[in-house]
Write a protein that binds this ligand. Sequence first.
Ligand code: PLP
Length: 401
Amino acid sequence: MTANPYAWLESALTTIHRADWYRSVQAIEGRSGAVVQMAGRSVLNFGSNDYLGLAGDDRLIQAAIVATQEYGTGSTGSRLVSGHRALHDQLERAIADLKQTEAALVFSSGYLANLGTVSALVGKRDLILSDQYNHSSLKQGAILSGATVLDYAHCDVIQLRQLLEQHRDRYRRCLLLTDSVFSMDGDLCPLPELLALAETFDAMLLVDEAHATGVLGATGAGCVEHFDCTGRAIVQVGTLSKALGSLGGYVAGSATLIDYLRNRAAGFIYTTGLSPADTAAALAAVAIVQQPDRRAQLWQNVTQLKQALQPLSQQLAATTDTAITLLPSASPILCLQVASPAIVLHLGTLLRQAGIFAPAIRPPTVPTSRLRLTLMATHEGQHLHQFTTALSQAMQVRWDE
Ligand SMILES: *Cc1c(COP(=O)(O)O)cnc(C)c1O
């Protein structure tokens, strides 16, 4: 017998290549920021989730250094055994204060926070209703929970109501799942309508604020604050790794919810506590994001680039075979949709040659190929101008070359 049980891997990779779905990693050199080094060259960075530019901020770096010197590098155990530090308490208090909830719980990543929370809140006898564009971590959490999962069309509250009317009665608990800012499109969930449906149908509502925390709301508390829903019965999940510039995830909500998750969320219990450096950096960031100045600068950049892109996208669509559409967005995530994975890869390469990093996002991550730009508070007017110039030049090139 010489059969190779791993032989299928090669052909699976070949299939991925053929579909133009192949991915690989690229190194960013030096400190993160609006301008970074890639392959020894300075490039403008439109691919970072570091919306407020805090990942390279000296205050966060100092906080991480001080915490590392005081506590060491690893937290050495799960939070319930030997991995808990006073820093974790301080961070959880600070997040609860930012979100104006009774309590919060920190996880090792946002992904794990979603897996742990969703699978702890519902089980086999329960129903999950989930937006079709939800983040992978919500979808995987739903599968892991063993609950019946029904997707509703993106932001379609009419269909969601119908599904609730048809199915809610047959299940014990019900959980509605949604991103607040959708990570691949940049639009917002209809939060007030979702809350109203949750209340009518006796359902829990979990909102993933990963791309909204630090970005939306007067104090940066997120979409919940933006829609004036602070204090309502919502399970708020988020990450410390985007606008907060660190690593880790959190859940914020009632003291009872948090106490329950601390006892029942496997993704909290059976993993090592967040490192002192990550915890301290996030704690420094939570204080900084409540000040409005960086957020105001970020939104000013969003407005400026949208204005520059809107006519450009129409004009380009008219002069080439390839339509480019600026997708509707209410966040610093701006997507330029194109017809195929090959086109978006080509466009990404041309921009790279012009010194601009704008990631090409393709299926299966999203249904349609697009350049996904993320803006930062630390982008300057001249950076935005450089981008629009490079984009219009790239669009002059014929796609079949
Ligand atoms: C990034 C992201 C996560 C995962 O957060 P990590 O801390 O990076 O694991 C979860 N949900 C959404 C919507 C995200 O965009």
